[in-house]
Design a protein around this ligand. Sequence first.
Ligand code: RAM
Length: 336
Amino acid sequence: MFKPLRHTGTAALCAALLAISCGGALAADLKSGLKIAFLPKQINNPYEVIADDGGLAAIKEFGGMGKAVGPSDAGASSQVSYINTLITQHQDAIVIAANDANAVVPYLKKAMGQGIKVVTFDSDTAPEGRQLFVNQANAEGIGRGQVQLVAKLMGGEGEFAILSATPNATNQNTWIKWMQDELKKPEYSKIKLVKIAYGNDDDQKSFVETQGLLQAYPNLKAIVAPTTVGIAAAARYISTSSSKGKVAVTGLGTPNQMRAFVKNGTVTAFQLWDPAELGYLAAYAAASLASGKISGKEGETFDAGKLGKRTVGAQGEIILGPPTTFDASNIDKYNF
Ligand code: RAM
Protein backbone atom coordinates (compact mmCIF):
# COMPACT_ATOMS: atom_id res chain seq x y z
CA MET A 1 0.00 0.00 0.00
CA PHE A 2 1.19 3.53 -0.76
CA LYS A 3 1.94 5.31 2.48
CA PRO A 4 2.83 8.98 2.17
CA LEU A 5 5.69 9.87 4.47
CA ARG A 6 7.43 12.98 5.67
CA HIS A 7 10.71 12.81 7.59
CA THR A 8 12.81 15.06 9.77
CA GLY A 9 16.50 14.99 9.08
CA THR A 10 18.32 12.26 11.00
CA ALA A 11 19.20 13.66 14.35
CA ALA A 12 21.34 10.95 15.90
CA LEU A 13 24.54 12.96 16.00
CA CYS A 14 22.60 15.92 17.29
CA ALA A 15 21.20 13.65 20.00
CA ALA A 16 24.65 12.71 21.13
CA LEU A 17 25.70 16.33 21.31
CA LEU A 18 22.41 17.78 22.36
CA ALA A 19 23.45 19.41 25.59
CA ILE A 20 26.03 21.41 23.68
CA SER A 21 24.39 22.18 20.38
CA CYS A 22 20.72 21.32 20.26
CA GLY A 23 18.84 23.22 22.87
CA GLY A 24 20.62 22.79 26.16
CA ALA A 25 19.29 21.66 29.48
CA LEU A 26 15.71 20.94 28.46
CA ALA A 27 16.57 18.64 25.55
CA ALA A 28 19.14 16.86 27.72
CA ASP A 29 16.31 15.80 30.05
CA LEU A 30 14.63 13.75 27.34
CA LYS A 31 15.80 10.37 26.09
CA SER A 32 17.81 10.70 22.91
CA GLY A 33 16.88 9.06 19.63
CA LEU A 34 13.18 8.68 20.40
CA LYS A 35 11.14 7.44 17.44
CA ILE A 36 7.97 9.52 17.29
CA ALA A 37 5.36 9.23 14.53
CA PHE A 38 2.68 11.79 13.77
CA LEU A 39 -0.54 10.34 12.37
CA PRO A 40 -2.80 13.24 11.24
CA LYS A 41 -6.45 13.02 10.20
CA GLN A 42 -5.32 13.41 6.59
CA ILE A 43 -1.75 13.67 5.36
CA ASN A 44 -2.47 16.45 2.85
CA ASN A 45 -4.81 18.68 4.85
CA PRO A 46 -2.84 21.98 4.98
CA TYR A 47 -3.74 22.41 8.67
CA GLU A 48 -2.42 18.97 9.54
CA VAL A 49 0.74 19.57 7.49
CA ILE A 50 1.52 22.70 9.54
CA ALA A 51 0.82 20.83 12.79
CA ASP A 52 2.96 17.84 11.79
CA ASP A 53 5.80 20.11 10.70
CA GLY A 54 5.66 21.84 14.10
CA GLY A 55 5.94 18.42 15.71
CA LEU A 56 8.82 17.35 13.49
CA ALA A 57 10.67 20.59 14.32
CA ALA A 58 10.32 19.83 18.03
CA ILE A 59 11.54 16.25 17.54
CA LYS A 60 14.59 17.56 15.71
CA GLU A 61 15.21 19.97 18.58
CA PHE A 62 15.38 17.20 21.20
CA GLY A 63 17.31 14.80 19.02
CA GLY A 64 14.60 12.31 18.15
CA MET A 65 13.61 10.66 14.90
CA GLY A 66 10.29 11.93 13.63
CA LYS A 67 7.99 11.18 10.75
CA ALA A 68 4.44 11.90 9.64
CA VAL A 69 2.33 9.23 7.95
CA GLY A 70 -1.38 9.04 7.33
CA PRO A 71 -4.38 8.51 5.09
CA SER A 72 -5.58 10.81 2.34
CA ASP A 73 -9.16 10.77 3.64
CA ALA A 74 -10.61 11.42 7.09
CA GLY A 75 -12.78 8.28 7.21
CA ALA A 76 -13.36 6.69 10.62
CA SER A 77 -11.10 3.65 10.06
CA SER A 78 -8.61 5.16 7.63
CA GLN A 79 -5.87 5.34 10.27
CA VAL A 80 -6.02 1.73 11.45
CA SER A 81 -3.49 0.26 9.00
CA TYR A 82 -1.06 3.07 9.83
CA ILE A 83 -1.29 2.35 13.56
CA ASN A 84 -0.60 -1.34 12.91
CA THR A 85 2.47 -0.46 10.85
CA LEU A 86 3.77 1.93 13.53
CA ILE A 87 3.39 -0.85 16.12
CA THR A 88 5.47 -3.26 14.04
CA GLN A 89 8.07 -0.51 13.63
CA HIS A 90 8.36 -0.22 17.44
CA GLN A 91 7.88 3.52 17.52
CA ASP A 92 8.41 5.04 20.97
CA ALA A 93 5.31 7.21 20.59
CA ILE A 94 2.36 7.74 18.27
CA VAL A 95 0.84 11.22 18.10
CA ILE A 96 -2.56 10.96 16.43
CA ALA A 97 -5.39 13.35 15.42
CA ALA A 98 -8.13 10.75 15.54
CA ASN A 99 -10.75 10.54 12.81
CA ASP A 100 -13.11 8.73 15.16
CA ALA A 101 -13.33 8.61 18.95
CA ASN A 102 -13.71 4.82 19.07
CA ALA A 103 -12.67 3.13 15.80
CA VAL A 104 -8.94 3.45 16.51
CA VAL A 105 -9.07 2.68 20.24
CA PRO A 106 -8.47 -1.12 20.08
CA TYR A 107 -5.39 -0.55 17.93
CA LEU A 108 -4.04 2.26 20.11
CA LYS A 109 -4.60 0.02 23.15
CA LYS A 110 -2.55 -2.66 21.43
CA ALA A 111 0.21 -0.06 20.88
CA MET A 112 0.14 1.01 24.54
CA GLY A 113 0.18 -2.66 25.56
CA GLN A 114 3.51 -2.94 23.79
CA GLY A 115 4.98 0.06 25.58
CA ILE A 116 4.33 2.61 22.85
CA LYS A 117 3.15 5.95 24.27
CA VAL A 118 0.01 7.37 22.66
CA VAL A 119 -0.83 11.07 22.54
CA THR A 120 -3.87 12.43 20.74
CA PHE A 121 -3.76 15.97 19.42
CA ASP A 122 -6.36 18.12 17.62
CA SER A 123 -9.05 15.40 17.71
CA ASP A 124 -9.26 13.11 20.72
CA THR A 125 -10.24 9.46 21.19
CA ALA A 126 -12.17 8.03 24.10
CA PRO A 127 -9.87 8.47 27.14
CA GLU A 128 -8.86 4.77 27.20
CA GLY A 129 -7.31 5.17 23.74
CA ARG A 130 -4.46 7.42 24.80
CA GLN A 131 -2.32 8.65 27.68
CA LEU A 132 -2.56 12.36 26.86
CA PHE A 133 -4.69 14.67 24.70
CA VAL A 134 -3.06 17.88 23.49
CA ASN A 135 -5.95 20.22 22.76
CA GLN A 136 -5.54 23.38 20.69
CA ALA A 137 -7.71 25.43 23.03
CA ASN A 138 -10.45 24.91 25.56
CA ALA A 139 -13.26 23.21 23.58
CA GLU A 140 -16.01 25.11 25.38
CA GLY A 141 -14.25 28.41 24.65
CA ILE A 142 -13.92 27.55 20.95
CA GLY A 143 -17.60 26.59 20.63
CA ARG A 144 -18.98 29.60 22.50
CA GLY A 145 -16.52 31.90 20.71
CA GLN A 146 -17.72 30.73 17.30
CA VAL A 147 -21.34 31.62 18.17
CA GLN A 148 -20.32 34.98 19.64
CA LEU A 149 -18.47 35.79 16.43
CA VAL A 150 -21.21 34.72 14.02
CA ALA A 151 -23.89 36.51 16.05
CA LYS A 152 -21.92 39.72 15.66
CA LEU A 153 -21.46 39.17 11.92
CA MET A 154 -25.21 38.51 11.52
CA GLY A 155 -26.22 41.62 13.46
CA GLY A 156 -27.84 39.47 16.14
CA GLU A 157 -30.58 37.87 14.06
CA GLY A 158 -31.35 35.46 11.25
CA GLU A 159 -30.62 31.93 10.07
CA PHE A 160 -27.21 30.30 9.92
CA ALA A 161 -25.83 26.88 9.08
CA ILE A 162 -22.77 24.95 10.23
CA LEU A 163 -20.52 23.34 7.63
CA SER A 164 -18.52 20.79 9.61
CA ALA A 165 -15.83 18.22 8.82
CA THR A 166 -16.77 14.51 9.06
CA PRO A 167 -19.85 13.50 11.10
CA ASN A 168 -17.59 11.48 13.44
CA ALA A 169 -14.86 14.10 14.07
CA THR A 170 -14.47 14.34 17.84
CA ASN A 171 -13.13 17.88 17.83
CA GLN A 172 -15.82 19.41 15.59
CA ASN A 173 -18.59 17.51 17.36
CA THR A 174 -17.44 18.77 20.74
CA TRP A 175 -17.24 22.36 19.49
CA ILE A 176 -20.70 22.09 17.90
CA LYS A 177 -22.14 20.81 21.17
CA TRP A 178 -20.83 23.95 22.90
CA MET A 179 -22.11 26.13 20.07
CA GLN A 180 -25.59 24.68 20.58
CA ASP A 181 -25.30 25.31 24.30
CA GLU A 182 -24.27 28.92 23.74
CA LEU A 183 -27.25 29.41 21.41
CA LYS A 184 -29.63 28.68 24.31
CA LYS A 185 -28.75 32.05 25.88
CA PRO A 186 -31.47 34.74 25.60
CA GLU A 187 -29.24 37.09 23.61
CA TYR A 188 -29.40 34.64 20.69
CA SER A 189 -33.20 34.24 20.68
CA LYS A 190 -33.42 35.77 17.20
CA ILE A 191 -30.73 33.51 15.77
CA LYS A 192 -31.61 30.10 14.36
CA LEU A 193 -29.25 27.25 13.48
CA VAL A 194 -31.06 25.68 10.50
CA LYS A 195 -28.69 22.89 9.46
CA ILE A 196 -25.44 21.07 10.21
CA ALA A 197 -23.87 19.94 6.94
CA TYR A 198 -20.75 17.79 6.57
CA GLY A 199 -18.06 18.44 3.97
CA ASN A 200 -15.90 15.57 5.34
CA ASP A 201 -12.81 17.82 5.27
CA ASP A 202 -12.88 17.26 1.52
CA ASP A 203 -12.56 20.46 -0.48
CA GLN A 204 -14.93 19.49 -3.29
CA LYS A 205 -17.59 18.03 -1.01
CA SER A 206 -17.42 21.13 1.20
CA PHE A 207 -17.80 23.33 -1.89
CA VAL A 208 -20.88 21.39 -3.07
CA GLU A 209 -22.38 21.38 0.44
CA THR A 210 -22.04 25.17 0.53
CA GLN A 211 -23.95 25.44 -2.72
CA GLY A 212 -26.63 23.11 -1.29
CA LEU A 213 -27.02 25.20 1.86
CA LEU A 214 -27.50 28.40 -0.12
CA GLN A 215 -30.12 26.76 -2.31
CA ALA A 216 -32.01 25.10 0.54
CA TYR A 217 -32.03 28.17 2.81
CA PRO A 218 -32.56 31.33 0.74
CA ASN A 219 -32.67 33.47 3.90
CA LEU A 220 -29.35 32.19 5.20
CA LYS A 221 -27.26 34.97 6.75
CA ALA A 222 -24.14 33.03 7.66
CA ILE A 223 -22.19 29.81 7.37
CA VAL A 224 -19.90 28.80 10.22
CA ALA A 225 -17.31 26.21 9.21
CA PRO A 226 -15.27 25.04 12.23
CA THR A 227 -12.81 23.35 9.88
CA THR A 228 -10.03 24.92 7.85
CA VAL A 229 -11.00 22.83 4.81
CA GLY A 230 -14.68 23.75 5.06
CA ILE A 231 -14.24 27.49 5.62
CA ALA A 232 -11.86 27.83 2.66
CA ALA A 233 -14.23 25.92 0.35
CA ALA A 234 -17.28 27.89 1.54
CA ALA A 235 -15.46 31.20 1.06
CA ARG A 236 -14.32 30.16 -2.42
CA TYR A 237 -17.87 29.27 -3.43
CA ILE A 238 -19.41 32.44 -2.01
CA SER A 239 -16.68 34.73 -3.34
CA THR A 240 -17.91 34.23 -6.92
CA SER A 241 -21.64 33.86 -6.17
CA SER A 242 -24.45 36.35 -5.76
CA SER A 243 -24.36 35.57 -2.01
CA LYS A 244 -21.11 37.49 -1.62
CA GLY A 245 -21.71 40.34 0.81
CA LYS A 246 -25.06 38.84 1.85
CA VAL A 247 -24.02 35.58 3.49
CA ALA A 248 -21.22 35.84 6.03
CA VAL A 249 -18.60 33.07 6.12
CA THR A 250 -16.76 32.44 9.35
CA GLY A 251 -15.35 29.60 11.43
CA LEU A 252 -11.83 28.26 11.86
CA GLY A 253 -9.29 28.84 9.10
CA THR A 254 -5.61 29.40 8.49
CA PRO A 255 -4.67 33.02 7.73
CA ASN A 256 -2.78 31.96 4.58
CA GLN A 257 -5.78 30.11 3.12
CA MET A 258 -8.23 32.87 4.07
CA ARG A 259 -6.20 35.99 3.26
CA ALA A 260 -7.55 36.44 -0.28
CA PHE A 261 -11.14 36.11 0.93
CA VAL A 262 -10.61 38.72 3.63
CA LYS A 263 -9.01 41.06 1.10
CA ASN A 264 -11.83 40.63 -1.45
CA GLY A 265 -14.56 41.20 1.14
CA THR A 266 -16.02 37.66 1.27
CA VAL A 267 -14.90 37.08 4.86
CA THR A 268 -14.84 39.63 7.69
CA ALA A 269 -13.43 37.60 10.59
CA PHE A 270 -12.53 34.02 11.57
CA GLN A 271 -10.49 32.27 14.22
CA LEU A 272 -7.68 29.78 14.80
CA TRP A 273 -4.54 29.06 16.82
CA ASP A 274 -1.09 28.29 15.45
CA PRO A 275 -1.23 24.63 14.30
CA ALA A 276 2.59 24.45 14.33
CA GLU A 277 2.58 25.18 18.06
CA LEU A 278 -0.01 22.45 18.57
CA GLY A 279 2.24 19.88 16.88
CA TYR A 280 5.28 21.20 18.73
CA LEU A 281 3.55 20.85 22.12
CA ALA A 282 2.28 17.36 21.25
CA ALA A 283 5.81 16.23 20.33
CA TYR A 284 7.23 17.45 23.67
CA ALA A 285 4.35 15.79 25.52
CA ALA A 286 5.01 12.49 23.71
CA ALA A 287 8.75 12.67 24.36
CA SER A 288 8.17 13.48 28.03
CA LEU A 289 5.97 10.39 28.32
CA ALA A 290 8.44 8.21 26.43
CA SER A 291 11.29 9.50 28.62
CA GLY A 292 9.42 8.62 31.81
CA LYS A 293 9.20 12.28 32.86
CA ILE A 294 5.41 12.15 33.11
CA SER A 295 2.79 9.39 33.06
CA GLY A 296 -0.32 11.39 32.11
CA LYS A 297 -1.62 12.15 35.61
CA GLU A 298 -3.35 15.44 36.38
CA GLY A 299 -0.97 18.03 37.83
CA GLU A 300 2.23 16.65 36.31
CA THR A 301 4.37 19.26 34.59
CA PHE A 302 6.86 19.03 31.74
CA ASP A 303 9.06 21.33 29.70
CA ALA A 304 7.80 22.06 26.20
CA GLY A 305 10.81 23.82 24.66
CA LYS A 306 9.97 27.33 23.48
CA LEU A 307 6.41 26.95 24.88
CA GLY A 308 7.77 26.69 28.41
CA LYS A 309 6.51 24.59 31.29
CA ARG A 310 3.13 22.91 30.72
CA THR A 311 0.75 21.10 33.07
CA VAL A 312 -1.35 17.99 32.52
CA GLY A 313 -4.99 18.76 33.29
CA ALA A 314 -7.99 16.57 34.13
CA GLN A 315 -8.30 13.40 32.03
CA GLY A 316 -4.83 13.84 30.59
CA GLU A 317 -5.66 17.03 28.70
CA ILE A 318 -3.02 19.63 27.90
CA ILE A 319 -4.23 22.92 26.41
CA LEU A 320 -2.18 25.02 23.98
CA GLY A 321 -3.90 28.37 24.53
CA PRO A 322 -6.74 30.64 23.45
CA PRO A 323 -7.60 31.14 19.76
CA THR A 324 -6.89 34.34 17.84
CA THR A 325 -9.53 36.21 15.82
CA PHE A 326 -8.23 37.29 12.42
CA ASP A 327 -9.62 40.14 10.31
CA ALA A 328 -8.36 42.74 7.85
CA SER A 329 -6.59 44.63 10.64
CA ASN A 330 -4.24 41.82 11.70
CA ILE A 331 -4.23 39.04 9.10
CA ASP A 332 -1.02 40.20 7.47
CA LYS A 333 0.86 39.70 10.71
CA TYR A 334 0.39 35.93 10.39
CA ASN A 335 2.04 33.55 8.01
CA PHE A 336 0.65 30.03 8.40
C1 RAM B 1 -9.47 20.97 9.87
C2 RAM B 1 -9.46 19.68 10.65
C3 RAM B 1 -8.81 19.85 12.00
C4 RAM B 1 -9.36 21.07 12.72
C5 RAM B 1 -9.19 22.29 11.87
C6 RAM B 1 -9.73 23.54 12.56
O1 RAM B 1 -8.22 21.20 9.31
O2 RAM B 1 -10.77 19.24 10.79
O3 RAM B 1 -9.05 18.71 12.76
O4 RAM B 1 -8.77 21.25 13.97
O5 RAM B 1 -9.86 22.09 10.65
